[in-house]
Design a protein around this ligand. Sequence first.
Ligand code: NAG
Ligand code: NAG
Ligand code: NAG
Ligand code: NAG
Ligand code: NAG
Ligand code: NAG
Ligand code: NAG
Ligand code: NAG
Length: 460
Amino acid sequence: MRQFLHLFLVASAFGSPLEKRVSGTSVVNLGNNTGSPMHLASGILYGIPDTPDQIPQNLYEDMGFNYARAGGAQVAAPGRGWIWGLTEYKNRFASALSNYQTARTYDANFIFLIHDLWGADGTQNSTAPYPGDDGDWSDWDDYLTHWISDIKANNATEGLSVDIWNEPDETAFWNAPQAQYFQMWGRTYHRLGTELPSVKLIGPAFAGQPDASNDWWTGFLSFVASNTSVPDEWVWHMEGGGGDMEGAYGALFNLLGTYNLPNNPLNIDEYSTYAEQVPAGSAWWISQLERVNAIGLRGNWLSGSQLHDFLASLLSKPNADNSNYSATGGGYFPNGDYQVYKYYNLNMTGYRVGSSPSADLKLDTYATVGSDTVKVLTGARITTGTWQVEINDLSAVGLADSGTLNIHTWSFPFTGGHFGEVDGPTDLGWYEHTYSGNNVTFPIYQTDNSTAYAFEFLRG
Ligand SMILES: *[C@@H]1O[C@H](CO)[C@@H](O)[C@H](O)[C@H]1NC(C)=O
Ligand SMILES: *[C@@H]1O[C@H](CO)[C@@H](O)[C@H](O)[C@H]1NC(C)=O
Ligand SMILES: *[C@@H]1O[C@H](CO)[C@@H](O)[C@H](O)[C@H]1NC(C)=O
Ligand SMILES: *[C@@H]1O[C@H](CO)[C@@H](O)[C@H](O)[C@H]1NC(C)=O
Ligand SMILES: *[C@@H]1O[C@H](CO)[C@@H](O)[C@H](O)[C@H]1NC(C)=O
Ligand SMILES: *[C@@H]1O[C@H](CO)[C@@H](O)[C@H](O)[C@H]1NC(C)=O
Ligand SMILES: *[C@@H]1O[C@H](CO)[C@@H](O)[C@H](O)[C@H]1NC(C)=O
Ligand SMILES: *[C@@H]1O[C@H](CO)[C@@H](O)[C@H](O)[C@H]1NC(C)=O
């Protein structure tokens, strides 16, 4: 009876649970310790105000903020970057430096976007110059000279990485020949490697995921192998609303074998669409990134001053979404998506355990085993339906291989949307599950496309 109540509560918008077909099962294996949680997915693209301390400290700390990425894009005029002259370069640099300094306050790493500082942030006009146009590299060389000097003058190398160019496979960011991009990569990599040896050089930050039939990937890997300009981290973006991390990493792994390249760490420095930036979508992405040990930075779908605000759509404030919005205003509060990152950072402690997504890749699960409690976070990829979570090897956490298990359920609603206020998850109570065979299985009734769930139970 209690078990039925549990199902009924989680499924309140549904009819009888028995009528609903289960689409698949996400499996947690408690016996598979995959190491310490480092909340790898807690990075953000932009989202940091250029005024230090505008967002209160606890809002950075509680979400586990540990990675930032910026380069002064879309700052107030005059600030269109190097291609518009030194003053417009300086204004972008000041924004990026401020964001860097904020990041370092929290011991977060920082990825400098030198394409944005150059001026290719996607708002540049159709005749804007690119490095090496007509075989002339003098302007790019001069630009790098200024940038290297400014980085050194500001002691800004600690925790610093450089994405040599963002999404060159998109004409919005690189409207010049592919071969010219490879030359730019080779020149820039070797110069920065010599002049800023402690700075990580990462890339290629393609919009497209690794794929043996994508000539940006094959051309790039072939070039860096022959040019000895292998990035310190393999970077690409997952913002198309499709794909999955095991598939994408598997394709990269095979390509690295083909070109005899090292299996360097992964950095997905833009992940999730705006629609996926909801509790269920974030739980799904956290599970995906953690499984392959990829660093992840949330994409940012806001523009203008809002690009430099709200920690990449995790926060809101009064007038956030109306014409009275103020770039420098305060009064910040968390949205529903924020609560997932807070739980992931502060509550999911101990050690991680392996899991697998449902076969249809729609439901995924991230789990940790703490000194007292097992915690399982789950979310569907912004869709509705019925799936199951199966938790195997209960004896690995000291439980009997059959009996009853009391599970504490929490929901993470997205009340009010990206600009709504949610101050914590909702307690759905404790419910008993009878199990045998050393595993317990329970359904997830995903009746909306945004709510994530967490399940907690005591170890034996
Ligand atoms: C396009 O941008 C470049 C700087 O990137 C500028 O020199 C040029 O005047 C702009 N062209 C137009 C038509 O605005
Ligand atoms: C530069 O930064 C490093 C690391 O943060 C610090 O140890 C050092 O004191 C700084 N140097 C100066 C001159 O500020
Ligand atoms: C790498 O490519 C750049 C651009 O063509 C070139 O300047 C550099 O000499 C190359 N380095 C090596 C080691 O091949
Ligand atoms: C903006 O503020 C003005 C002045 O306080 C107020 O009259 C107006 O209704 C506000 N607009 C919105 C969309 O809240
Ligand atoms: C997360 O941990 C905090 C601090 O221990 C606790 O107060 C809170 O209830 C926990 N949240 C959930 C959802 O378990
Ligand atoms: C443990 O989990 C990791 C990550 O999900 C997975 O790659 C690995 O194959 C699992 N190992 C076992 C023995 O299940
Ligand atoms: C889970 O338990 C059921 C019995 O409840 C058993 O049939 C099944 O083999 C178990 N699964 C695993 C992976 O051990
Ligand atoms: C999620 O559901 C809401 C409410 O039904 C709907 O407005 C929204 O378009 C849906 N989003 C997706 C990605 O399906």
